[in-house]
Design a protein around this ligand. Structure first.
Ligand code: AMP
Length: 190
């Protein structure tokens, strides 16, 4: 099964993706993680992405489409994957559909995690208050920019998948175990 975890920055996509990897054996394909790994490795891809990521802007579509295609062709994706933080634009969603179609696959389901902006902001503030290591883009100012980008470029992707009848919406403001339960019941009901 190929599924997309969809929602604004900080909605809990990564958390749920990791749980799906553990419980269903579906690898988590997070473009954000792949880009951060490229930065850490000092590759040219990382170098060219870092400034955009730090300010909360999107990296170019071709960049993420390329890394996703390469990753999806690894053997662990043979039975499917959880796409986390991808696609973020209509062009990415179209490219993903084409990439999967070429391989005789498709997106089966899009799980939307709905979280209010105010809750996202308070989550960032409590991560900072907790004093743990925070990402360069994990602060209230950059979150506002990331939310702007989300509403402008990413939210339309939901309509794209709604038109395909693939979207299931969950309350992402519930505690993590409850969201996990909602996800499981949707998947078990398919
Ligand atoms: P994330 O970890 O998913 O929140 O992504 C962190 C940052 O990486 C984003 O704010 C973007 O700068 C970049 N990024 C991750 N995924 C994508 C994507 N699908 N398209 C464009 N930029 C992305």
């Amino acid at each position: 099964m190929n599924l997309v975890l969809f929602g604004p920055p900080g909605a809990g996509k990564g958390t749920q993706a990791k749980i799906l990897t553990e419980t269903r054996g579906l690898p988590q394909l997070s473009t954000g993680d792949m880009l951060r790994a490229a930065i850490a490795a000092g590759t040219s891809l990382g170098l060219s992405s870092k400034a955009l990521m730090d300010k909360g802007a999107l990296v170019p579509d071709e960049t993420v489409i390329g890394i996703i295609a390469e990753r999806y062709d690894q053997p662990d994706c043979a039975t499917g994957a959880v796409f986390d933080g991808f696609p973020r634009t209509i062009a990415q969603a179209e490219a993903l559909d084409r990439m999967l179609a070429k391989r005789g696959k498709k997106i089966d389901l899009v799980l939307e995690l709905k979280v209010d902006d105010a809750v996202l902001l308070s989550r960032v503030e409590s991560r900072i208050a907790a004093g743990g290591p925070v990402r360069a883009d994990d602060n209230p100012e950059t979150l506002k920019k990331r939310l702007e980008v989300y509403y402008q470029s990413t939210a339309p992707v939901l309509a794209f998948y709604r038109a395909q009848g693939k979207v299931k919406t969950m309350d992402g403001m519930k505690p993590i175990p409850e969201v996990t339960k909602q996800v499981a019941s949707i998947l078990d009901g398919l």
